[in-house]
Write a protein that binds this ligand. Sequence first.
Ligand SMILES: [Zn+2]
Length: 372
Amino acid sequence: MALEFKLSNQTEAGGRRAQIVLPHQTVETPVFMPVGTAGTVKAVPQDVLEALGAQIILGNTYHLYLRPGHEAIRRMGGLHRFISWPRAMLTDSGGFQVFSLSALRKVSDEGVRFRSHLDGSSHFFTPEHSMDVQIALGADIAMAFDECTEYPAERSRAEESLRLTMDWARRSLDHFRAHEEEVVWHAELGGKTQSLFGIVQGGMYADLRRESAERLVEMDFDGYAIGGLSVGEPRDATLEMISEVLPLLPKDKPRYVMGVGYPDEIEQYARMGVDMMDCVLPTRAARHGLLFTSEGRLNIKGKKYAEDQGPPDPACDCMVCRRYTRAYLRHLMHSGEALSATLNSIHNLAYYLGIMERVRKSLPGAAACTQS
Ligand SMILES: [Zn+2]
């Protein structure tokens, strides 16, 4: 059995509260998922993520496949056990990193040949191989192997990319269904299995996006993601593509927008009916000294904070804001101290997770969710 989706009533705007019952955790949605690229949400220990209320985190298939290797992780009991994370996890397909990080990639109908960004070694990823790697990692949710269309892209390029992504979605699903019981915790968790999500692509062409969504829904995935957004397009275009696709996705399955966004964006999309989002922004920005606060963005490197005794965000009650001053965070950043990335990341994640918690509380069905 894969996931179970318990949906509350939807608001007129489409916003909805639900529970996704996954093998390792029942996830309350809408949910923000911190990105744990190489088996770690950079600079933040797992017990702190738990204390912050993170319900589900991401792992990146491309990174974990290259190092330490998916077979090694399987031998150590799967990704949950390897990184000591008892709650839910999702792995991406590796497709996005192959396209954004690796060198010398060559795409064919069969798959993608690429060179590792670590040591230049040559690798070949097919939809079937991506499924095998993700089954070995053993996250609660795996993603179909897709080709992320770059921005801007000519229509002919977006059409070709869509054709490939739909073919790969079919192959991903067939291979996954044939092997889903091989996940390392299958017997231990009473016969539960991973879930597989399809990914809607189509560049910034509304009709291609609709076609992609309709064809994926026919294939019957456990959930649906909208990929290929936040790749440099204007925010209006992101919003338009999400608005086009959401009404075509089944109401009784999770909807995930990949790789977004700024704090106001994640709130907006959650209120439109997006259940899941992930983004490196809160942790990446934190490492560069950018804090998201109730008063707007705050660059902690600023000279004006040199003796500022106030908390990073006066409205935040996270473990960083309760204890430390802006002056101290600025000092850590200027001194290149490792603690700087940790404290900044903890606050930013608390801020993002707090937005989703507020949205959840404001949506109907907060008291008890009912089966859809
Ligand atoms: Zn804080």
